[in-house]
Design a protein around this ligand. Sequence first.
Ligand code: APR
Ligand code: PHB
Length: 386
Amino acid sequence: MRTQVGIVGAGPAGLLLSHLLHLRGISSVVLEARSREYVERRVRAGVLEQGTVDTLVEAGVGERMLREGLPHHGIELRYGGARHRIPFEELVPGRAITVYGQQEVVKDLIAARLEAGGDIRFEVLDVALHDIDTDKPYLTFQGERLDCDVIAGCDGFHGVSRPSIPRDALTVYEREYPFAWLGILARVRPSTEELIYARNDRGFALHSMRSPTISRFYLQVPPDTREEDWPDERIWAELKARLETVPGFTLETGEIVEKGVTPMRSFVAEPMQYGRLFLAGDAAHIVPPTGAKGLNLAVADVRVLTEALARFFADGSADLLDRYSEHCLKRVWRAQHFSWWMTTLLHTFDSDDAYGRRLQLSYLDYVTSSKAAATTLAENYVGMPF
Ligand code: APR
Ligand code: PHB
């Protein structure tokens, strides 16, 4: 078997790359360890930056997103017994976010690839990368061999691509946070029009949504939290304690249909290239979900990689490919900083650290009263221009 680009992983990065390459007449094969059902059901974040929305629409895969996604023109920061709106329409005119589940993006991309005759192999075990430091790299899996010109490692944080690069060729930057997020999906009308990021001495809480009838919530929890320790009643009681802190707000409750604990981590591996292997998305970098940047960064990487590969396959010129990592990392580090900053601003750290708590509240007051500070939040949240 032969293809131009061998893609490991059918998350948003791998699928969108395969689709964008197809639009440029470049062939690819996607190898995915999990089943189609699994990747289409996996619940992840759901905030799309303006640039992500534009990318999907331009690529012809935005039709259902435009129909079913929820455009939001602001978010609420809730703390100290009051609500504070960050108004995007005033601070970053013409730019907004769209609330649309990541697995919906994945479903749309899989459908588009399969309709165009794309080659996605699900439930493929034992993928291995070979000769990535030569111009004839190849992939093997279950006794088969796929020869490629280039390999794209889009297999997430726990994939095989990044570990295929010699250790001394990568520099890793990372930070772990002393908490995790317990995320739930509930069959209940959202109790808010816009997302609420709530800072509370009991811990952070986020009220998000998926549709007019499905809400999504997150609670800051200790890192070793097990789902079993959080029966539904405990989750609702804690969400109420952290969110019902302003006059006139009542949280509606309903059936919880999904529960999961997400560790909070910041991670970057540099460079995002080794020979003919290019890393994209979570395979190269992880952000804590507070800034909702994970999927958006994956999309940004893949846009850059598509341009570079189009040039390479058009005239053999590797100049854009050689600059791929440097180009992506500028945006990656902006998102790293923003995600760390939002996380630091909103979570409860050491409860004995009274000084840290006061700093946090002071910064929140600044962000919600100074137009300059609010604009910093808004322009990063809706996404810096490409
Ligand atoms: N072989 C084949 N596929 C693999 C392997 C492997 N050894 N290891 C992992 N995979 C697959 C995973 O099953 C997954 O479907 O690679 C895919 C990686 O997808 P994501 O984890 O969704 O990563 P990415 O496409 O970079 O998207 C980044 O996903 O983690 C979320 O919130 C994060 O929004 C961010 C986005
Ligand atoms: C979500 O809806 O899943 C979501 C929203 C905002 C975030 C993270 C996750 O910051």
